[in-house]
Structure formats: C-alpha cells, structure tokens
Design a protein around this ligand. Structure first.
Ligand SMILES: *Cc1c(COP(=O)(O)O)cnc(C)c1O
Length: 393
C-alpha cells in the first residue's frame, strides 16, 4: 500500500460510535474502577487518546517507534536537550533555527551544556567538531533561511561510530519529502506549527524516536516537565496531516517554478533553493528528499535593506509575516525580522545578506504568485515608494 493511503487509513475510526473524525477527548482525568485499575488512562498530562492518535500517526510517518506531541516546536527541542547532562556537548549546524540558538545559549549554557556550531554541509567539519564530550549532533536540513543541505546518512554513520545521538529538525522538509530516521537518525523533531499543521492556525511540536527505549525517555521527560499538546490542537494537527502529501507536493512544485523564474530575473542576484542544479548540495538533496520543499530565498543585485523592504512591502498575495508552511504565501526579510538580534557582520557572514528575502510559497496558482513578485520587483526601479495598501483578505 502506498504511504499516502496508509497515512489516511492510519487515522482510526472511533470504535465507540463509528465517528470518522478522531474524537477530541477534552478531559483532565479518567474514572478508575479501583485504585490503579483503569482503561490505560489515568491523568491527561500523562496520556490523552487524541494526542496519542497524533503521536502514533507521526511515529508511523517518520518510521520511528514512538512519538510525543508538545505545546510547541521549541518545547520539543527542549525535551530532547533534557536527555543530556551537565558537561555534555552538542555539535550543531551553524545555520540553526534562531529559537533553538536562543534556548541553547540562554537556557542550557548556564546548566553546563555547551554547543559547538559547525558548517555541517561538509561532513569533514562534523568529524573535526566532535570532542569526547559530544553526546548529541543537531541537524537541520534544509536550514533556515539559506537552505543549506547536510548529508543525513553520512552524518548518521559518524554519529553511530562515536556513540552520539543524531537529532534532525525535519520541519522544512516534513516526512512527506524526507525521513531522517530511515537514513539513520535517532530522533526527529518538528515544529508542527509549519507544514504538518499546514494552515497557520496552531503552535505544536513533535519528537519522534527510532527506538521505543528512547521514546520512553522522552515520554518520561514530557510527563515530568509537562509541555504537552492540547487535545484540540492535537486534533488540528491530525486534520492537517490528512492532506500533508498533497500540500507539500504542491508547495514544492510552486516553489521550484518560482526559484527558476527568480534565477532569470535581472533584479535578482542569488537564489537559494535545493531543487536548483546550482545549489551547493543539490545532489545530496536529490538523494535524500523526494522533492525540495516550499521555501525559496533570494538576494537582490541592489543588496540593501531599503531595496528588500521595497519588495516585501509591495507584494499583494505574499503577506509579510514570520513563520511558514501554510496555505497562504508569506514572505519575510530576515535581516530586520527573524535574524534582527544577530550583529550585522555575523549575520552577513552566515549568508543572511541585507537584501535576503525568504518566501514561504503557498498553494495559490504559481502564475499568480509569479505576477505578484514581478510587480513588486518592478517597483524597485521607481523612485518613490507607493504607500502599501494593507488588505486583509
Ligand atoms: C518554527 C521552527 C521551530 C520552532 O517551532 P515553534 O513551533 O515555533 O516553537 C523549530 N525549528 C524550525 C526549523 C522552525 O522553523
């Protein structure tokens, strides 16, 4: 059976009523027949049938043994770091999600967990970066916002040889395009806020573990620390997952079309998209992903904040907002938005140039999205910026 059919039918029909949609068990506790005698549920922080359904579906989708659903992507990351002890070290991709960097730096450093950031697009840097204290390798592939690609299978081999856990943040690709556990990773995390939820209407996080043993450790941490996903939000993610493959295929097709178009536009300098043959690790991406995802970034020949602002303030379909992975197209200017807190020199060195623009390509018709970008880029040649017509549609 195909993965898509399996996914759709892994969402169970309610045995009590036959309801085809998963029931939302909005309860805090469960009545027991006698002390300790219950139907497998005792308190809703520990277990909830709606959340459990989501956890089972994502475990299956990622090829893992067990999963846990959290209140946000950052809560999922937090649970994984709590597997470590003071004195342990994390070796992490340098172009890491800003929120993960903040958590590692401002929360975990004071508990004695240090992070060594390296450019993991070259496997040699991973080998060089490992120390006797390294207990966890942290990858994102593709990364945000420059869409760097790292070789999951090669790094998994190194991690196994050194007895180090490998965790991959699979938010950008989603299991519809890439399954890191099947390539050798021990843990996959998600911000389900993005493609898994898929409709820009919730915040959620997931941890999927290759082994039941590791899954139980995460479940213990989740119950001990309490950052669970609510039954209603679990239901919303389940509903999003029903159309995951369909959406991600279309996001990817639209993004590829836009990336190719941008590459040929005279006002555009560089285009970052793993689906382009010019991308540094295109071949690795083509090997480990079935398509290249919905995020495209580009820089302008006029590499200034002003030029980028002119573009992002003049699109009509692409809405100016942080986040990604929803039905509606979004765009943002990392230098003044998501990456504002990073000093300019450091930010530029990481490839986030002043004019870099990130597109989260939605599910509109590609031709309409192209026309929107064309008219916004055309405004670059006009001396006066037209006031933005801010429409809520
Ligand atoms: C958004 C995001 C996160 C954090 O997830 P939240 O749900 O916002 O807490 C982590 N990793 C990546 C790659 C993200 O894009």
């Amino acid at each position: 059976m195909s993965t898509v059919t399996e996914l759709i039918h892994s969402i169970p029909v309610d045995p009590l009523t036959g309801a085809i949609s998963v029931p939302i068990y909005q309860t805090s506790t469960y009545v027991q027949e006698a002390p300790g005698v219950n139907k497998g549920y005792d308190y809703a922080r520990s277990n909830n049938p709606t959340r459990e359904t989501l956890e089972n579906i994502i475990a299956q989708l990622e090829g893992g043994a067990q999963a846990s659903a959290f209140g946000s992507g950052l809560a999922a990351i937090d649970a994984v770091v709590k597997l470590l002890q003071s004195g342990d070290e994390i070796l992490a991709v340098d172009d890491i999600y800003g929120g993960a960097f903040r958590q590692f730096t401002h929360i975990y450093q004071k508990f004695g967990i240090n992070v060594n950031y390296v450019d993991t697009t070259d496997v040699a840097n991973v080998l060089d970066g490992i120390t006797p204290q390294t207990k966890l390798i942290w990858l994102e592939t593709p990364t945000n916002p420059t869409l760097k690609i790292s070789d999951i299978a090669a790094i998994a081999k190194i991690a196994q040889q050194h007895n180090i856990l490998l965790c991959v943040d699979n938010t950008f690709a989603s299991p519809a395009l890439q399954q890191p556990i099947l390539l050798g990773a021990d843990i996959v995390i998600h911000s389900a806020t993005k493609y898994l939820g898929g409709h820009s209407d919730l915040i959620a996080g997931l941890v999927v573990c290759r082994t039941k043993e590791l899954g139980e450790q995460i479940k213990f941490i989740q119950n001990a620390c309490g950052a669970i996903l609510s039954p209603f939000d679990s239901w919303l993610v389940i509903r999003g997952l029903e159309t995951l493959h369909l959406r991600v295929q279309q996001h990817s097709a639209n993004a590829l079309e836009l990336a190719e178009f941008l590459q040929a536009h005279p006002a555009v300098d560089k285009v970052y998209y793993p689906g382009l043959k010019t991308h540094l690790n295109h071949e690795i991406a083509a090997r480990q992903q079935s398509a290249f995802g919905g995020i495209v970034t580009f820089t302008l020949k006029n590499d200034t904040e002003d030029a980028a602002k002119k573009v992002v303030c003049n699109t009509r379909l692409f809405k100016l907002a942080e986040s990604l992975g929803g039905v509606k197209s979004l765009l943002c200017h990392p230098a003044t938005m998501t990456h504002k807190s990073i000093p300019a020199e450091k930010r530029r060195a990481a490839g986030v140039q002043d004019s870099l623009i990130r597109l989260s390509v939605g599910l509109e018709q590609a031709a309409d999205l192209k026309a929107d970008i064309i008219q916004a880029l055309d405004k670059l040649n006009k001396a006066v910026q037209e006031p933005r017509v801010f429409e809520y549609q």
